[in-house]
Design a protein around this ligand. Structure first.
Ligand SMILES: [Zn+2]
Length: 360
């Protein structure tokens, strides 16, 4: 109220100066009506807004901020729009029956995103097969981890659990790892440019080189030195399971690994091409056969000066007639070295170096 009284006093003074006593009664009336007690009463009935804080944004700034905030999904009015966008997105496919069955009691094989590559490469329902879990809980590592479609990974896991692990026990150790040579790779068959897309490009194949045992021993599946019974057993087991088995003796591209895949063919045609080779003979290397008497003489170096001369030019090997047995007289043979003049004519000119002995 102190402020209001001061304002009223200033109004009275203003009016007094304005009318200069010409109409003091009228001036007083106007002053009272405009700035006096009635105005103070009205301000008491209608409270004034609080003073604006210095840090508050200016009106125009606030309007701009409001406009900018309109598309903000965080605002309540943006919620319905965001919900619509979420519903428009393609929902991930539900887990396949294979995925649900391939539990961590069978394999450590986390799912990975689908792959879409060039030329039909890629696949869906992919996993990264890191290890197979044996029924006793021990793990057989896949080194390195294999990128495969779930059905291929599941078949591989079942093969290792049911077939390979028992075979490995015959080697007085246990299976520790599989040597993975190749799994998913966008390429043609046998890496031939322009060839039909390999099952590797569909994440439907794997190349195995060998079995690693807990003892540290590596058993190559294609090495003749590996126990033949093991190779035979493994061959039988893979040919019973997989649509394609390619190994040594198949096409020349699989001499050092075994290719396995689940290719789908007409009438369920299957390929099992793996020759389990005999071990190498455990005897000393055979001596070369005795040279037959009618065989032509060997091309050997001679001691005669005229025969030594051509050896100075490696690209010009001594012709066979110059390597005749020493018992033959060179002058008596039709193929004997020609006369000096003829020989000089036949031979290209030497750019440098010493002259042949017969020309000296
Ligand atoms: Zn392969």
């Amino acid at each position: 109220m102190g402020d209001i009284s001061a304002v009223a006093a200033r109004g009275k003074l203003f009016c007094r100066n304005l009318f200069r006593g010409k109409a003091p009664a009228l001036a007083m009336l106007i002053a009272v009506l405009t700035l006096g007690a009635p105005g103070a009463e009205a301000r008491e009935r209608i409270p004034l807004p609080k003073p604006r804080p210095a840090a508050a944004p200016q009106p125009d700034e606030r309007a701009a901020a409001t406009e900018a905030d309109k598309p903000d999904a965080g605002r309540p009015e943006g919620e319905p729009q965001r919900a619509e966008a979420e519903s428009a997105k393609p929902q991930p496919a539900p887990p396949s029956a294979c995925r649900l069955a391939l539990t961590e009691q069978i394999a450590i094989a986390p799912s990975i995103p689908d792959i879409t590559g060039p030329g039909g490469c890629g696949g869906t329902d992919l996993v990264k097969l890191e290890a197979i879990v044996l029924p006793d809980g021990t793990r057989v590592a896949m080194t390195p981890a294999a990128i495969l479609r779930c059905p291929m990974a599941a078949e591989l896991a079942d093969w290792v659990r049911s077939d390979v692990a028992p075979i490995a026990t015959s080697l007085e150790s246990r299976l520790a790892a599989l040597d993975n040579f190749d799994s998913y790779e966008c390429r043609g068959r046998n890496r031939v440019r322009g060839a039909k897309l390999s099952e590797h490009g569909k994440a439907n194949a794997i190349d195995i080189r060998g079995l690693k045992l807990a003892s540290g021993r590596m058993v190559s599946l294609t090495d003749r030195a590996s126990p033949r019974a093991v190779r035979e057993s493994v061959r039988q087991s893979v040919c019973d399971r997989f649509a394609t088995v390619l190994g040594p003796g198949s096409d020349g591209y699989h001499e050092d690994h075994i290719h396995l895949d689940l290719a789908q063919r007409r009438r369920d045609y299957r390929m099992c091409q793996w020759d389990v080779l005999e071990p190498m003979p455990q005897i000393a290397p055979l001596l070369p056969a005795e040279r037959p008497a009618e065989a032509p003489p060997r091309d050997v170096a001679a001691d005669r000066p005229q025969d030594r001369e051509p050896t100075r030019e490696p690209a010009r090997a001594a012709p066979p007639e110059q390597a005749e047995p020493e018992t033959a007289e060179p002058a008596a043979q039709p193929e004997a070295p020609p006369p000096v003049a003829k020989k000089t004519k036949a031979k290209p000119k030497k750019p440098r170096g010493e002259r042949p002995p017969e020309l000296r």
